[in-house]
Design a binder for this molecule. Structure first.
Ligand code: GCO
Ligand code: MN
Ligand code: MN
Length: 388
């Protein structure tokens, strides 16, 4: 029986904000006591994680004095070292403070937009101090409840301008950051701009430094909107734009639940892990999820261990699926090649077009090809359920 221990090569990370989440929700206050960044490092060290990510204010409270900030940083660095943890990603809190109530980079107020950029520059300095190489942008407050309040075209232009500015800052400071944009359809705003991962994939080629920029899709976010998360990740992977990923779980059509990875949709989680492993994704696998509000910190540690363990189990299942003779035979049966036709359609030229128009393709005949998808899906289910 394999141990399913977290493999450092998987780069399993958690957020300071996730492990230290005290169980607050919109209807009730904290159910767990407040813990420090050092406590989080100790929990994650014991759980066997690879790293910790943070927003600027997860580590340094927004109103901390420079002396307090120094002490916090010193203590946290020590705890990271003791627990063998790294900080691969950093980000900015551009959503909690009332100043961002109507957006940060897309605010209607030029001073607030400038403040958001300034706060991000400082947060980038902080991340770099801890060795972070990925910088996440989640525009939690970039949106609107009423389109009477903000021009959505201006919002796109303002967002682009801020990112171009910050790319230049990173380059000038030699931070070597890769930027990763995280989409979400709504919550906390009624509507958030750049609602799905594909929105950012479309924005990136319009930026000044498209090579520096990619995406950080989150399982819960496309799923909330009833979309297929795996397909969004596939598009990012195919475009070589998957710089980071937020793993969690979510029921469709609900609020942003941020459940433990693999706790709801085993099948979607399986296909996601299989996609990441088949295509050798080698960025961090970040769990952006929260333990149940009922849990104490001992149970939060179980939540962290469980997230990584489920990934390792599904990784093994994906390898089983790939090695399964019957599954592979079915895959060969349904993927019908035709070297001559494929050569014709690979590249357009008038000769190929003429040949294609003349090709004898009988639709009634073609429709008769067998597609035993019930069998294939059942075999997939059995691999996941452990009977194969
Ligand atoms: C959410 C978001 C956030 C971001 C985080 C990093 O669940 O609403 O995913 O957790 O990922 O703020 O930018
Ligand atoms: Mn989320
Ligand atoms: Mn997230």
């Amino acid at each position: 029986m394999p141990a399913y221990d977290p493999d450092p090569k998987m780069k399993f990370t958690f957020g300071l904000w996730t492990i230290a989440n005290p169980g607050r929700d919109p209807f009730g206050g904290p159910t767990r006591e407040t813990i420090s960044p050092v406590d989080v490092a100790n929990i994650l060290g014991e759980a066997g994680a690879y790293g910790i990510n943070f927003h600027d204010n997860d580590l340094i409270p927004i109103d901390a004095s420079p002396a307090q900030a120094d002490t916090i940083k010193k203590d946290f660095k020590k705890a990271l070292k003791q627990n063998g943890l790294v900080v691969p990603m950093a980000t900015t809190n551009l959503f909690s403070d009332p100043v961002f109530k109507d957006g940060a980079f897309t605010s209607n107020n030029a001073k607030i937009r400038a403040y958001a950029i300034q706060k991000t520059m400082r947060a980038m300095d902080l991340g770099a101090e801890f060795g972070a190489k990925i910088y996440v942008f989640w525009g939690g407050r970039e949106g609107a409840e009423s389109d009477a309040t903000k021009n959505p075209i201006d919002a796109i232009k303002r967002f682009r301008e801020a990112i171009n500015f910050l790319c230049n800052y990173s380059i000038e400071q030699k931070y070597g950051y890769k930027f990763a944009f995280e989409a979400k359809p709504n919550e906390p705003r009624g509507h958030i701009y750049f609602a799905v991962t594909g929105s950012y994939l479309a924005l990136i080629p319009t930026l000044d430094y498209p090579d520096m920029c990619g995406v950080n899709p989150e399982f819960a976010h496309e799923t909330m909107a009833g979309l297929n998360f795996v397909h969004h990740v596939a598009q990012a992977l195919e475009m070589k734009k998957l710089f980071h990923i937020d793993l969690n779980d979510q029921e469709m059509g609900r609020y942003d639940q941020d459940f433990r990875f693999g706790s709801v949709s085993y099948k979607a989680a399986f296909h996601l892990v299989k996609l990441l492993e088949d295509y050798n994704y080698n960025g961090p696998r970040h769990f952006d999820s929260h333990a149940y509000r009922q849990s104490d910190y001992q149970d939060v540690k179980e939540f962290a261990k469980g997230s990584m363990r489920t990934y390792m189990i599904l990784k093994e299942k994906a390898a089983k699926w790939n090695a399964d003779k019957e599954i592979q035979a079915l895959r060969n049966e349904i993927n019908l090649g035709d070297p001559n036709l494929e050569k014709l359609t690979k590249k357009y030229n008038s000769g190929n077009a003429k040949k294609l128009l003349e090709a004898p393709l009988d639709r009634t005949d073609l429709a008769n090809a067998r597609l035993p998808y019930e069998r294939l899906d059942q075999l997939t289910a059995e691999v996941i359920l452990g009977t194969r």
